[in-house]
Design a protein around this ligand. Structure first.
Ligand SMILES: *Cc1c(COP(=O)(O)O)cnc(C)c1O
Length: 429
């Protein structure tokens, strides 16, 4: 399988090289040249399959020829070694809970898969150094995903005093192959240090540097599995299915589109967003305009220029193709909070702000499609957003043990200035 750049001006690469590269030289993002289609029999029989069997069937076509089957199985089973329960919230309305991994948000799967792929396809000459600038969540998923993975060292840069306590604990208490740098600056300074390092030829001759950001094709592909796991758990497979995806960079939604292209019987998608509505605007007008990001309570979706938009176009084509497959809705923080409160008081189900946006989009779609059933993705555990959730539902929600575990550990960080020369000598040492 070859992977092409969505800007079509870069060389096509095999999976391993596309993973090592991340962003293509023409600044496009990688996509598989063909999307494999699974036989109908696979879906008729899906209830009898294990998560690992589904994982192998879905992902092996992309990895074939790069890794042997035993390696593919190993990567997959380590990627998905927790639960993905589908919970009935109301009649014909289900939450797919994607927060049962180590950092309690859905980014765990992509980070775990990328870590293992990088470890297996690194150059024979030695270690890979992964640099990540984070404003919170990506860094914690990457830290946990890469922890103790052989041959990969991770350096995480975060802005001092600007991330939440629980995020900081998840980044800074790992030791082993994970180093955390507390940068005396803001997120943009962190990002600038990382970008400067990537373009520093002298440094790149000495070290094999790569990134773990969300444009990497290895973070995208395994997210397709969520949709297969959801479908597998649906009791009634004869009703039409719509999936509502709370979206920021649109990676999760793109993975759903890939799953559908592979033959999974999902009939429609809802792109549910907060005030960052470049995609809802596009579906309404046909004009795509990236916008500056706006801060909301569902902050992992505060993205004005989603970097997976070219991938959505690659799969669906023009405006007509997009409209046929996706409906998009945008919600204010007030609407989001009202949904959290309503579902808690009527159904005793606690949603985090991102899941609540997904729930709202699903309800809006089902209003006009009453004989359908719907799934919304619950992308984070509500305890990750305890500051907001407790206030809305007027209750103190319990912190799961695996989150508490981080809160109790000792922080290990290196203080870093925002000067590139300091960062460079740290990397070289
Ligand atoms: C990253 C994230 C999203 C948005 O996912 P995209 O793939 O960027 O659209 C939604 N919810 C949570 C909790 C996230 O961390």
């Amino acid at each position: 399988m070859k992977f092409y750049s969505t800007n079509k001006k870069a060389e096509e690469l095999s999976f391993d090289r596309a993973v090592l590269k991340g962003l293509a030289t023409d600044q496009g993002v990688y996509m598989p040249k063909t999307v494999p289609v699974l036989p109908a029999d696979f879906f008729n029989n899906i209830e009898a399959k294990s998560k690992e069997e589904i994982g192998f069937a879905v992902l092996e076509p992309y990895l074939r020829g790069v890794f042997d089957n035993a390696t593919i199985n190993e990567i997959i089973s380590e990627t998905i070694n927790f639960d993905f329960p589908l919970v009935e919230v109301e009649q014909d309305v289900y939450a797919l809970e994607l927060f049962h991994g180590p950092t309690l948000a859905f980014k765990d799967v992509g980070a775990r898969f990328l870590a293992r792929c990088l470890s297996k396809c690194r150059p024979a000459s030695g270690k890979v150094k992964v640099l990540v600038a984070t404003s919170g969540d990506t860094g914690s998923a990457v830290a946990q995903g890469f922890l103790k993975v052989a041959g990969v060292e991770v350096v995480i840069l975060y802005p001092k005093g600007k991330i939440s306590k629980s995020q900081e604990q998840q980044l800074t208490t790992n030791g082993n192959n994970i180093e955390a740098l507390e940068v005396d600056g803001d997120f943009d300074d962190c990002q600038r240090l990382v970008k400067t390092a990537f373009s520093d030829l002298e440094l790149n001759e000495k070290l094999f540097l790569t990134s773990a950001n969300s444009i990497n094709i290895a973070r995208l592909l395994p997210q397709s599995l969520y949709y297969f796991f959801a479908y597998q758990q649906l009791r009634n497979k004869s009703k039409k299915v719509v999936v509502s995806v709370p979206s920021g960079n649109y990676g999760n939604l793109t993975a759903g589109l890939l799953a559908k292209t592979m033959g999974l019987p999902i009939h429609h998608f809802v792109a549910s967003t907060n005030a960052n509505k470049s995609v809802p605007n596009y579906l309404e007008t046909g004009q795509y305009e990236p916008l500056p990001s706006v801060a909301t309570i569902s902050n992992a979706m505060d993205v004005g220029a989603p970097n997976n938009f070219p991938r959505m176009q690659a799969l669906l084509g023009d405006w007509e193709g997009m409209k046929k497959n996706i409906s998009a809705f945008s919600y204010s923080d007030e609407q989001t909070k009202a949904a959290m409160l309503q579902v808690k008081s009527t159904r005793d189900y606690v949603m985090d702000p991102h899941g609540a946006v997904g729930y709202l989009g699903l309800q809006d779609y089902l209003k006009n499609n009453k004989d359908w059933q719907g799934i919304f993705l619950e992308t984070a555990h509500p305890a990750k957003f305890k500051d907001i959730v407790d206030g809305v539902i007027q209750e103190s929600i319990a912190i799961p043990e695996r989150l508490q575990k981080f809160l109790d550990k000792e922080k290990q960080v290196v203080a870093m200035s925002k000067n590139y020369a300091d960062f460079k000598s740290y990397l070289e040492a």
